[in-house]
Design a protein around this ligand. Structure first.
Ligand SMILES: N[C@@H](CCC(=O)N[C@@H](CS)C(=O)NCC(=O)O)C(=O)O
Length: 255
């Protein structure tokens, strides 16, 4: 059984999949794409993933795309070892609805501060024509890129994204209280925890942990996921934005 993961170190969607592979101790090789250089838009990669995004999993030549789908796939084919999907159909349905919420809310919202703070200096250096051509070539993210432009999202857009992220923290807190914690759905981590992990880790990396200053259950949740055996191999050096873009260290959102 051989796994190749096409991904990027700092990509939140990639981090989800690396976490599940590491938790299951499944050896995998990584093909690291440079997303700013547009590796994800090259014809050979688009044949694997027509959405032009990472991650993509190649399992013995079978291609699986979309991080949530890949995580579920891995949990289905590898029941031994740590499993992140509840057996009970009701609990499984709850996990899936949380995963939908996470994909719709925080996974989308976190892109706004990420692009504005980390990636913008790269795009600002492009000419208008170069930038537009790059945006136009993106199958999934064309409109997102054009809305950002070379000057970045306006303050109102940043505020709206941070508000969506705050509502995510509140929702996590409610779910933990409802299940009795310490994970979203109770005593064991599920794919919903793995799905939201990269957003919370990124907020902490951007010095925004004040967002859960009044939620000790979230601080505990983060402590637990960081202590999981899969965390360190997943977040190897270069996975945090502040490691890849040192300029962020002096220019945090809260500053
Ligand atoms: N729903 C997809 C979204 C994937 C996605 O947005 N990937 C980002 C990195 S986290 C990407 O490849 N962006 C490249 C781009 O915007 O061109 C998934 O979860 O796999």
């Amino acid at each position: 059984m051989s796994f190749t993961l096409y991904n990027a170190p700092q990509s939140t969607c990639s981090q989800r999949v690396r976490f599940v592979l590491n938790a299951k101790s499944l050896p995998f090789s990584e093909v690291k794409l440079n997303l700013l250089a547009g590796d994800q838009l090259k014809p050979d990669y688009l044949k694997l993933n027509p959405n032009g995004v990472v991650p993509t999993l190649d399992h013995d030549g079978k291609i699986v795309i979309d991080s949530s789908v890949i995580m579920e796939y891995l949990d289905e084919i590898m029941r031994e070892g740590e499993n992140f999907t509840p057996h009970d159909p009701v609990a499984r349905a709850r996990m899936r609805s949380l995963m939908h919420f996470i994909d719709e809310m925080p996974a989308a919202a976190i892109r706004v501060p990420t692009f504005n703070l980390a990636f913008l200096p790269h795009f600002a250096k492009m000419s208008e024509e170069e930038f537009n051509a790059f945006a136009e070539s993106k199958p999934l993210r064309k409109e997102f890129m054009l809305a950002m432009g070379r000057k970045g999202f306006p303050v109102s857009e940043m505020k709206a994204a941070l508000d969506r992220l705050q509502r995510t923290i509140d929702r996590m807190d409610t779910e933990i209280a409802k299940s009795g914690g310490p994970w979203l759905l109770g005593k064991k981590p599920t794919l919903a925890d793995v799905a939201v992990m990269p957003t919370i880790v990124r907020l902490a990396d951007l010095d925004l942990d004040a967002m859960w200053a009044k939620n000790p259950a979230i601080a505990r949740w983060l402590e637990l996921i960081r202590a999981h055996k899969a965390y360190v191999p997943t977040y190897y050096f270069g996975s945090l934005l502040t490691e890849r873009f040192p300029h962020l260290k002096d220019r945090k959102l809260s500053a």
